[in-house]
Design a protein. Structure first.
Length: 135
């Protein structure tokens, strides 16, 4: 259950990234103001102008929704797997959910969520190979 919770935390991070991308796409004026406030034009190490950055954000626009929806789906299914694991009710079903979620969410997050997917796969393997407690 601990590894599943770690996977949920990782996918939560990607949900925040997706949300920030959506916000930047919806508020290009605020993003441009923030870039000008930081003095990005005067920084010689930055090779990207505010206009180029806004064009990049516009190009990435729909991927924010895709990443956010994939991460939220992974979080919800991870919570369902934890619920199924409580008191060792349905461990095989939880492992199958974690495997399917790992593959699906990794693809849905455009492969940036592969770390969470790896954690879910490891958790699923551990669930399947552990021996049930004898009572």
């Amino acid at each position: 259950m601990l590894l599943t919770a770690l996977g949920i935390i990782v996918y939560s991070f990607f949900a925040v990234i997706g949300g920030i991308t959506i916000w930047m796409n919806k508020n290009p004026d605020k993003v441009a103001d923030m870039l000008e406030e930081e003095g990005i034009n005067s920084n010689e190490n930055v090779e990207l102008s505010p206009e180029e950055f806004l064009a990049l954000v516009d190009e990435v626009g729909t991927s924010g929704w895709i990443v956010l929806s994939g991460a939220i789906l992974a979080i919800i299914l991870g919570l369902i797997a934890i619920f199924l694991l409580r008191q060792n009710r349905h461990p095989k079903a939880a492992a199958i959910i974690l495997f399917a979620t790992a593959v699906g969410a990794t693809v849905m997050t455009l492969f940036i969520g592969f770390i969470g997917g790896i954690i879910y796969i490891i958790t699923g393997i551990i669930i399947l190979v552990r021996k049930p407690k004898l009572e």
